[in-house]
Design a protein around this ligand. Sequence first.
Ligand code: DGJ
Length: 722
Amino acid sequence: METITLHTKHTTYQMGILEHGFLLHLYYGPKAEGEMDGFLSYYDRGFSANPYELRDQREISMDYLPLEYPCYGNGDHRSPAFRMRTADGVFAADLRYQSSRTVPGKYAIPGLPAVYAGDQEAYTVEVLLEDKASGVEVTLLYGVLPKLDVITRCAVVKNNGTEPIFLNKAASMSLDFLDGDYELLHFYGRHAMERMAERTPLCHGSQGFGSRRGSSSHQHNPFVILTRPETTERSGCCWGVSLLYSGNFWCEAEKDQFHQARLQIGLLPEMFDYPLAPGEVFFSPEAAMAYSGKGLAHLSHIFHRLIRRHVCRGRFRDVRRPVLLNNWEATYYDFDGKRLLDIAREAASLGVELFVLDDGWFGVRNDDNSGLGDWIVNEEKLDMTLADLSHQIHRMGMQFGLWIEPEMVNEDSALYRQHPDWAFQIPGRKPVMGRNQLVLDFSRKEIVDHVLEAISQVIAGARIEYIKMDMNRSISDVYTAVSGYQNYGTIMHRYVLGVYDFLERLSARFPDLLIEGCNGGGGRFDAGMLYYTPQIWCSDDTDAIERIQIQHGTSFGYPVSAVGSHVSAVPNHQTGRSVSLHTRGIVAMAGSFGFELDLNHLTDREKEEVREQIRTWKDCWSLIQDGLYYRLHEPSRHPDSAAWSFVSPDRQEMLLNIVTLDTHANCPVPHIRCMGLDPKRQYQELSSGRLFPGSALMHTGFPVPVVPGEYNAWQYHFIAVN
Ligand code: DGJ
């Protein structure tokens, strides 16, 4: 069989071209030479129909063969990657292989985030498929990054026919496996409790999750792992897929009648109805895939490296981010310039480098019922201009940052009174309200232009080095006033393109801005957003103990540098729990570190501790950001203590973090089995000076100190000696 083979350093991916151009998926796994079509078993299978040209070869059916980009209409009754409809309402397609070519470098996607790489670091394989009857072409793009062991995918659909068609499904990737002995590891959650890891066996039928909220959502994350049942952090096979997209998506894992598996991710097909006139082209969002034969930790490391170096952009990609203090939990809406400066002064004196003014500085905004959309500084409330405030903060030696929520509008705002039709609302119906606000139709360029202009003026009018871009409700009542595009079927995708356009243009205008993403915390924590914002506020839950679980789930697909994490006040505002400043600091250091409280309220001893935390973070940031992150506890198996470590790429240093989650009388001693160390070296723990063999740290494990009390935490710095 003619094959198309992609090799990375440690993996191989293969497609096969069956007679009459049916494109099969033959292999994705550890590096292998040769052709894989010998693994297929052909026989006449009941109720699995045959293509017309092969009607005499009843052993050939699209209904069981592993397919590269399955389409609805040629006999495959499993979940298709591609489904289109004609103007007459007929669903049919039969995509057949035409040609393929390899070009140097990594493709880009117009208007959408995509992995980038130098011409020496990547190559692109283009595989052209065609549906003869309609003239529709689908080009499958594969970006191969050999050194990283990553393959990206995107489908480009072109209507080369004479009649319009409607896309109903165009997945970013589809991966078939010849057996179904797998487990699905995915990340579900809710507001203030995002990305909880859940691992379930793959069952017959389909398991799916996704978002129909307009953002990638708190509830499900567009990152998924398929593992062998025996796979652990330390060993075993697993495949990860990350969708670079920040809106509605759908991920589906299917186990078919022959116990074979299929994994897909892409735009949410539900109500997706995208017209393509003759000559028009549609680009799917990109999916990045990786295979690890060395367990989950290694798979995560591949995605961490990919996102850090080939997704995040801009001048903050590799550098230490400033230690920030955000006033949200310190003041909420209740501030004036003087109160902010009081907070800032104390922050500066303790070593904070960036002061962020959160919600409430614009329009009439003293609670969350009004003002969104009016991006005009409320100088009366501040009792000074924003330029003055920023100037005074700079004089304290800090940078200045600002919160925005560009996609939103309150009914009680000048913008809404002037342009009620700019908000999503369906004529004749009352809209669903979220936080008493409506969503602006960012699928319309003139609306994006207006908001971008207004916010740019504010940024240009004061010295501003950082922006936190928020989004505080799910999208509903989708209807646009632009004729021809009223339906949900196109707007939700074009809305996301509008958000990306806003971010792209904002960064182009202000290339030195550090932009932090946010969606009521981590409701848009995805690789698409990280293309524009190198860090994202991980969750509105700042409780250190809950954060451990949130950051644990987040770490499977995303690097520590992407995680906005702050020390906040106790009792915690979300849970009412009190945890020591020490523990809060250790948890917040597993991210882009900052504070979210009024430091004036701390005792002198606590202030000294804050100084010390900032010093530690500055000393260790490179180990934290550039080191390899290891999850050292499995929450369901080790409910009493959590642990994670950062190990430098040369295995010279380790920062081991431990937090106890429960306390017992006469308790057993948990041992934290470290990972990623050099088994042949001794490691010195700096605070005690004691030596530990690397191999034993990984086998016996480091003993968790037995100290009475709740939520104790330790951070141990180990350095290898010869
Ligand atoms: C939700 C964010 O996640 C918070 O940090 C804060 O910025 C509020 N919105 C402000 O309205």
